[in-house]
Design a protein around this ligand. Structure first.
Ligand code: CTP
Ligand code: CA
Length: 230
């Protein structure tokens, strides 16, 4: 499109991004959570916005501010995240699941605070599997919609890590999988990130490191490679 100014390569696209970490309530004052700050997802929202996209951010307990011009839908638990993502995905061209989703939640949420005098010296929690939000979105994918997953892997061996990524992208059925090297670059709550982007076959199509904003732009570059023309 010759009308488009350079850098507006996402103009006319609806981009849906989940970010942050879900929390699973145990009782009215406690939850099970994870260490995701939401920085990479928020950086993706900012980058997509600056490239002309209409951006919706499904936000689970972000520790960072959301950029102007982005529609924010706040969620807490995985089931809430799933509901909100499903509804918003119905009109999205690109869906990016950057949120750290709890794999399990307490089987029961206690109506009142768990008390030591009732629970005693040991407390066991029964957890049940959460739905796989990404896999569900892939199942309900609209025609031409591009779906991107994230995977935080702690495996230090490069060959083994890529094999984990290959298996995961094939299991999830997403178009792309962003492999986030947590554990050795401390991917959480830092300003920088180091990633590899795998295609659906599990082959590496992009490697990037730098600030989360620069990495976000490289991820969007990879996505544009697989998006069909507007
Ligand atoms: N994800 C999801 N729903 C879940 C768990 C994960 O949508 N219940 C999404 C994440 O947002 C991410 C991708 O799936 O985009 C991969 O998450 P990850 O935790 O790496 O994979 P899992 O399938 O949960 O496998 P595991 O944690 O056992 O390695
Ligand atoms: Ca998981």
């Amino acid at each position: 499109d010759a009308e488009r100014s350079p850098g507006q390569d996402l103009a006319g696209r609806q981009v849906l991004i989940s970010a942050g970490g879900t929390r699973e309530p145990l009782d009215p004052v406690r939850f099970l959570g994870n260490r995701s700050s939401g920085r990479q997802g928020v950086a993706l929202a900012e980058a997509a916005r600056s490239r002309g996209a209409t951006v919706t951010l499904v936000a689970a307990h972000l520790e960072v501010a959301v950029p102007d011009g982005v529609t924010v839908l706040n969620v807490s638990s995985t089931v809430e995240l799933q509901q909100t993502m499903r509804e918003a995905a119905a009109t999205a061209d690109i869906v990016i699941m950057a949120a750290a989703v709890a794999d399990y939640r307490p089987a029961a949420v206690q109506a009142g605070k768990i008390k030591k005098d009732v629970a005693g010296d040991r407390l066991s929690l029964e957890l049940v599997r959460n739905p796989d939000v990404l896999a569900g979105l892939v199942e309900e994918r609209r025609q031409g919609q591009v779906i991107v997953g994230f995977a935080a892997e702690t495996e230090p061996d490069e060959t083994l890590r890529r094999e984990l990524g290959r298996t995961k992208v094939q299991r999830k059925g997403s178009d792309l999988l962003v492999l986030n090297r947590v554990g050795w670059t401390q991917g959480f709550a830092t300003e920088r990130n180091e990633i590899e982007v795998l295609d659906r076959a599990g082959d590496i199509v992009m490697e990037a490191s730098g600030t989360k904003l620069s990495v976000a732009h490289r991820i969007l570059d990879s996505i544009l490679q697989v998006v069909s023309p507007a």
